[in-house]
Design a binder for this molecule. Structure first.
Ligand SMILES: [Zn+2]
Length: 211
């Protein structure tokens, strides 16, 4: 028989309340600046950082995982190897941690950050409230291969390719987005997303606006 675990949404370290939307599995403690992932019946602390933003704008911090990688691609037909020259030197794979509907239509921030080789710069994290994350670290790792292959595939057909992948540390970043009402503008690449594409936006606004 399955028993239902009831977990109180309090930071295991400082006891402060954690807020998030219904499907969130990682909750950010603004006091400790630590993301706490629900694992089994308790929380496991993950590495977290908050990315720098322009001052003054109305900001929402949304979660994006960054996973350090070392990788190589091998093609069965080695004569096609030259096609792989000039691939972007990707050291981090980013995985979107919030609920974006139609990411393939609006653009998936995680995939775009990976493709552009974004290096996020850490800012003062204490007191920042980052929205809860719908993907745990294991779930995020499942995106490494598809993201890398999607990027390589733009240059060369990957049907006969082998990806050799070494996985390093995972960091959950709070990435600043400018809340412009009808749209949300990514504070790193400047890309815009319709507010309606973010499923939990009302909950995120409410949680981040609150003291
Ligand atoms: Zn805490």
């Amino acid at each position: 028989m399955q028993t239902l675990a009831v977990l109180s949404l309090r930071c295991p370290k400082c006891g402060g309340s954690l807020r998030g939307a219904e499907q969130d599995v990682v909750f950010w403690c603004p006091n400790c600046a630590v993301p706490c992932e629900v694992v089994g019946r308790g929380f496991v602390a993950r590495r977290g950082a908050v990315a720098a933003a322009e001052p003054g704008a109305t900001l929402l911090y949304l979660p994006i995982w960054a996973v350090g990688v070392r990788w190589k691609i091998r093609l069965a037909d080695e004569s096609r190897g030259r096609l792989l020259r000039g691939l972007p030197p990707i050291q981090w794979v980013y995985v979107t941690g919030f609920n974006l509907t139609n990411a393939s239509y609006f653009g998936d921030p995680g995939l775009l950050y990976t493709q552009r080789g974004v290096r996020l710069e850490a800012a003062e994290a204490s007191g920042r409230r980052v929205a809860g994350c719908v993907r745990g670290v294991e779930d995020a790792l499942a995106y490494l291969e598809p993201h890398l292959l999607a990027i390589v595939d733009r240059r060369v057909d990957v049907t006969d390719a082998t990806l050799l992948l070494e996985v390093g540390e995972a960091v959950l970043w709070g990435v600043p987005f400018l809340d412009e009402g009808e749209t949300l503008r990514d504070g790193v690449l400047g890309l815009s997303y319709p507010a309606a594409a973010l499923m939990d936006l009302d909950a995120i606004r409410a949680a981040q606006g609150a003291p």
